[in-house]
Design a protein around this ligand. Structure first.
Ligand code: ARG
Length: 459
């Protein structure tokens, strides 16, 4: 059993099973780095209000810095019996400085530490996810550019619809991930990491003492910490009892996951023999233990599958929070595993997807075969008639009949004589049809949508 941060009012020892059940150290050890930041700022604030002498503050800070180095160098091994990371670090300091450590927990609470740590975690991971998104965006950009001369069939209802340029296709995913980037970026810009809530009611340390402690901390660490901004708390009750920042972060990751999953599904579909448009990179596929011919798109399937986990993590935290009375409740400890889980999944997926995309090869033969399907040009044909003065619904019916006739009689429109075409409408001619029913013409006739990829903004 690890040494606790409480116990004076208890006569009986904690039940062993319950002690194991209540521990969070096995996962919240991820927060060690941020908990040390909290402690360093807190030491400076205690010094500001005279609760620590200058040598005491120096000793505690240098001990905390030593523990920080252990974390950074991967030497930090939490005691598995500690209740949580806050307890573990406190005990570690005590091991190194003895009694002086007892002063460290004055005027602060784990309720304040945990929210500080988690916000900082979101901030740091959020920045990393943005950098991964940037690389994914440029990989999509290259993918589109590699096949910039390609036209491909576009689908609605998973049925062949109209011809589109491949750049426009990759551009669609580019736009989705660019919005994800913007959303996460603005979430990070607005989030503030507070200190000074105490357990719920605030502490006897003044705002100016906290501000000075924060300023001194940022001064020493500015190169490492970039733009994250701790601040003195505005409403201590709100700070210790709110986890909407976790919910918001998980929502943003869920939207990003939805986009990854949809892209994965498209790639799965286009790599089937039935479509045959995409050749997938072998190093991200697996075989079958029984069927020798198989090359399965497992990475893409897992991306699609993990959507259940990522959405579930969001719902889990929303549900945990829904009926909690103010302020802190232990239920809130359970927000961490979902947060860490979604973050890890998204990071892995973004990294692998970037490489995956650079290994996809387009199969021009299979694509061209589909582009020969004349029905893909039916809309352009109707629009041709519209520009010749035929009302649209009439043009729609005429072309519909033409396609139906071609299907029933098993004769391609291309093979129909001028005489036959004119029985559908006098403005139809073989020469015009040849011009219209062509991928390049179909794409170039679209003036409203960009055929180029949006400019990638590297931040
Ligand atoms: N481990 C807790 C959590 O993650 C923080 C500790 C607060 N515990 C307490 N008894 N006040 O929420």
């Amino acid at each position: 059993m690890g040494k606790k941060l409480w116990g004076g009012r208890f006569k009986r020892k904690i039940n062993k099973d319950f002690d194991r059940f209540q521990r969070s150290i096995q996962y919240d050890c991820k927060l060690a780095e941020y908990d040390i930041y909290h402690s360093i700022i807190h030491v400076a604030a205690l010094r500001e209000v005279g609760l620590l002498s200058a040598p005491e503050a120096r000793k505690l800070t240098s001990t905390l810095n030593d523990i920080f180095d252990e974390v950074k160098e991967g030497r930090f091994k939490p005691n598995p019996n500690s209740e949580d990371i806050h307890t573990d670090i406190q005990n570690r300091v005590a091991k190194k400085v003895g009694k002086l450590a007892l002063k460290l927990q004055a005027l602060r609470s784990r309720n304040d530490q945990v929210v500080f740590d988690e916000k900082w975690y979101c901030y740091k991971e959020g920045i990393y996810i943005l950098s991964l998104l940037n690389v994914l965006l440029s990989s999509l950009n290259h993918f589109g550019n590699r096949y910039r001369t390609f036209y491909v069939p576009g689908y609605t209802h998973t049925q062949r619809a109209q011809v589109i340029s491949f750049l426009n296709y990759t551009g669609a995913f580019f736009c989705m991930f660019e919005r994800d980037f913007e959303r996460i970026d603005s979430f990070l810009k607005k989030s503030t990491i507070y200190i000074g809530s105490g357990a719920l009611a605030g502490t006897a340390i003044s705002k100016s003492a906290y501000s000075e402690a924060i300023r001194a901390f940022l001064e020493k660490t500015k190169s490492r910490l970039r733009q994250s901004k701790p601040d003195t708390v505005v409403n201590s009750l709100d700070n210790v009892s709110s986890r909407d920042f976790v919910v918001e972060f998980l929502s943003l990751l869920s939207i990003l996951q939805m986009h990854l999953s949809r892209m994965a599904e498209d790639f799965i579909l286009y790599s089937t023999k039935e479509f045959g448009f995409f050749g997938l990179p072998e190093e991200f596929c697996t075989g079958s233990s029984l069927m020798p011919h198989k090359k399965n798109p497992d990475f893409l399937e897992l991306v699609r599958g993990y959507t259940g986990v990522v959405y579930g993590n969001l719902i889990s935290v929303l549900t945990t929070m829904k009926g909690l009375p103010l302020t802190y409740n232990r239920d809130m400890q359970l927000d961490k595993e979902p947060l860490f889980s979604s973050t890890k999944i998204i990071k892995d997926e973004l990294k692998i997807m970037t490489e995956f995309i650079s290994g996809i090869k387009l199969n021009s033969e299979a694509i061209h075969k589909v582009l020969e399907d004349e029905s893909l040009y039916a809309t352009e044909l109707a629009e041709f008639l519209v520009f010749k003065g035929v009302p649209f619904s009439e043009a729609h019916t005429i072309v519909g009949r033409l396609i139906r006739y071609s299907e029933d009689k098993k004769i391609t429109i291309e093979k129909m004589s001028d005489k036959l075409l004119k029985t559908f409408h006098k403005k139809l001619s073989k020469t015009d049809l040849k011009k219209i029913m062509n991928p390049k013409h179909a794409v170039l006739s679209k003036k409203s949508t960009s055929r180029k990829l949006p400019k990638i903004k590297i931040k």
